[in-house]
Design a protein around this ligand. Structure first.
Ligand code: DC
Length: 225
C-alpha cells in the first residue's frame, strides 16, 4: 500500500487540552497506531537534564534526538531499558520539552521518526505541528482547545490523583507560559491550520469529543469509498 494512502488523524492543541487522552481513545476505537509526538520532546528534555546539557545547546540536543533509543509499546515508553512513560509526564519535563522544542535542528531530527508511525491500517497522532508540518496531508485535522482555566483545573485533578502536591495557581501560570512559548516560536508554532476543524472542549467531556472526531472520520471514510 502506498504510504500516502494510509489515513492519518492529526490532532493539535495547547498543553492540557485533553488531546492525548482523546487521541489515544480514538486510536483504540479504530484499531489505529498512536503517536504522542510530545513524548519525543519530553524524552529529549529528560536525557538533556539528566546529563546536564544546557537546553539552549541546539547541537547537543540535535545529537540526543538523532540517537534517542526509544521503544513505544502500547502505553509503555522505554528509553534504553528504562520504563519512562510516567516519569516524562512530570511538569519539569513538560516545561523542558517546551524549551527544547524551539530549536529547528532538533525538530528536523525528529521528523522521520514521527513519520515512520504512519503504518497500516492508520495513525492517530497529537502534538503542536502534526497538521502543519509533520502530516500536512493528514486525512482529518483537528485543533483541540479549552480555556486556560479549565485546562489548569483538569491538570490539577490529574496530578492530585497521582498524589503529586500541586497548586492550581502555579499550574495555570505554567500553562499560560507554555502556551506563549509554544505559540510565539519561529519554527512550527502552535496555531490552528486553516484546514483543521476547531473543537473547543471547555464544555465537553472526553466521550463527546471522541465521538465528534469518530463521526468526522467516518464521514470522510464513507466519502472516499
Ligand atoms: O503535548 P505535550 O504537553 O506532551 O508536549 C510537551 C512540549 O513539547 C510542548 O510544550 C511543546 C513541545 N511539542 C512540540 O513542540 N511539538 C509537538 N508536535 C509536540 C510537542
Amino acid at each position: 500500500m502506498d504510504i500516502n494512502n494510509i489515513p492519518v488523524i492529526a490532532i493539535d492543541g495547547p498543553s492540557a487540552s485533553g488531546k492525548g487522552t482523546v487521541a489515544q481513545l480514538v486510536s483504540e476505537s479504530l484499531g489505529f497506531h498512536y503517536l504522542d509526538s510530545g513524548s519525543l520532546y519530553r524524552l529529549v528534555a529528560l536525557k538533556a537534564i539528566r546529563i546536564g546539557i544546557d537546553l539552549n545547546d541546539e547541537e547537543a540536543l540535535e545529537n540526543i534526538a538523532q540517537n534517542l533509543d526509544v521503544t513505544f509499546a502500547g502505553r509503555k515508553i522505554q528509553l534504553g531499558v528504562e520504563e519512562v512513560a510516567d516519569l516524562i509526564r512530570q511538569e519539569i519535563y513538560g516545561n523542558g520539552a517546551s524549551k527544547v522544542a524551539g530549536h529547528p535542528r532538533l525538530r528536523e531530527a525528529l521528523l522521520d521518526r514521527q513519520r515512520a508511525f504512519r503504518k497500516d491500517p492508520g495513525l492517530v497522532t497529537d502534538g503542536r505541528d502534526m497538521c502543519s508540518v509533520v502530516f500536512p496531508d493528514a486525512t482529518l485535522k483537528i485543533f483541540l482547545t479549552a480555556t486556560p482555566e479549565i485546562r489548569a483545573k483538569r491538570r490539577y485533578k490529574q496530578l492530585m490523583k497521582k498524589g503529586e502536591g500541586v497548586n492550581i495557581a502555579t499550574i495555570l501560570e505554567d500553562i499560560e507560559a507554555r502556551d506563549k512559548r509554544d505559540s510565539i516560536r519561529s519554527v512550527a508554532p502552535l496555531k490552528q491550520s486553516k484546514d483543521s476543524i476547531f473543537i473547543d472542549t471547555t464544555l465537553l467531556n472526553i466521550t463527546e469529543v471522541v465521538n465528534k472526531i469518530l463521526k468526522q472520520h467516518s464521514e470522510i471514510s464513507n466519502k472516499s469509498i
